[in-house]
Ligand binder design. Structure first.
Ligand code: UD1
Length: 347
């Protein structure tokens, strides 16, 4: 059985689907702080199989211990974490407690119950704004001082993992550094569900498209990029989910001890904010109301991944392009507003 923490969330739910489709039994643990249990019904619709679900907070060490005593866990994919950059600046202790304590509790339980493998959900935020010589970013680019407590928790968690694996050679772990995950499952039954006003680009675009937002503000049109807007490496969440299965199996199948590893998960292609908007307009057939405004504080200008190491070492490569990302994100937004939300409010 594979434990997927945060499996009711955005990337966790897509990864649960991929694991089940590959024949694994999945145990989802989630405290539902930023998700709802209804996603289990929709995962079941997609895969024909319901994951085992436990509502639980991983900050509670005794509960984590009891969880490992109850289930026979072979491997862990650890998504559960607080992830809002702005909130982390306001509530740093909440972020340090949630994100660090959860990982430490899992590692304690892994040692006690002899679970060897863990895949950790990390972020390209650890690279900050790389200097020109490090673009595109390889896994060997320098880590920079984190710009937020959230970013710092990702860096510290990677260090906790690295040090624990060094001290306990029976443990095996990998940090997957995501670039910008977007899009949704092709069934449109699961996708990203931001609470309140979205801070990220894609959900803001799709919510503007459906009429929930008046218009999109493009933060900055005077950057040193071809069209003046910021560049990111957007990656389809289904491609990302598949990388988790591959990373897990790298350690579970065969006895190849690797020590702590980390990989960049991106497409290797950067897209500007205006390119994302154009792709959305093409795929949805909607004209998007947007205006270019001042830069957003703390935004980096451009970053995209060099995926050579992940491609060669993991044998994984992203397959889906920007149009598939905007198209699936739009279909999910429509399904959510036209089918799911009305059915929830009727219930
Ligand atoms: C986000 C996360 C970061 C994470 C990274 C990779 C935030 C604030 N940051 O950063 O922690 O590591 O993804 O997953 O959540 N934009 C607009 N208008 C909007 C929203 C965004 O123009 O209304 C622009 C931004 O200026 C940026 C781009 O769109 O250039 C992407 O923004 P966003 O989706 O927030 O991602 P990141 O800033 O890359």
């Amino acid at each position: 059985m594979i434990l997927v923490t945060g499996g009711a969330g955005y990337i966790g739910s897509h990864t649960t689907v991929v694991l089940q489709e590959a024949g694994y039994e999945v145990l989802v643990v989630d405290n539902l702080s930023n998700s709802d249990a209804g996603v289990m019904d929709r995962i079941e619709k997609i895969t024909g199989k319901r994951p085992v679900f436990e509502e639980m907070d991983l900050v509670d060490a005794a509960k984590v211990d009891a969880l490992f005593a109850k289930y026979s866990i072979e491997g862990i994919i650890h998504f559960a974490a607080s992830k809002a950059v702005g909130e982390s600046v306001q509530k740093p202790l909440l972020y340090y407690r949630n994100n660090l304590q959860s990982l430490m509790n899992l590692l304690d339980a892994m040692k006690k119950y002899e679970v060897k493998n863990i895949v950790f959900s990390s972020s390209c935020t650890v690279y900050g704004q790389p200097s020109e010589e490090y673009l595109p970013v390889t896994e060997n680019a320098p880590i920079q001082v984190a710009l937020s407590p959230y970013g710092n928790t990702k860096q510290i968690c990677e260090e906790i993992l690295r040090d624990s694996i060094y001290a306990h050679p029976e443990l095996q772990g990998v940090a997957l550094r995501y670039f910008n995950p977007v899009g949704a499952h092709p069934s449109a039954l699961i996708g990203e569900l931001p609470i309140g006003v979205p801070q990220n680009l894609m959900p803001f675009i799709t919510q503007t498209g459906i009429g929930l937002r008046q218009g999109l503000k493009v933060f900055g049109g005077d950057y040193s990029t071809p069209d003046g807007t910021c560049i990111r490496d957007y990656i389809h969440v289904v491609d990302l989910a598949k990388a988790h299965l591959i990373a897990l199996e790298r350690y579970m199948k065969g006895n190849n001890k690797k020590g702590f590893e980390w990989f960049n998960l991106g497409t290797g292609t950067g897209s500007s904010v205006l390119e994302v908007i154009k792709s959305f307009e093409k795929m949805s057939g909607k004209q998007l109301a947007y205006e270019i405004v001042d830069r957003r504080e703390g935004d980096i200008e451009q970053i995209w991944a060099d995926t050579t190491i992940a491609n060669e070492e993991l044998g994984w490569k992203s397959e889906l392009g920007l149009d598939e990302m905007t198209d699936s994100a739009w279909k999910w937004e429509k399904y959510y507003n036209e089918v799911l939300k009305p059915s929830i409010s009727e219930a």
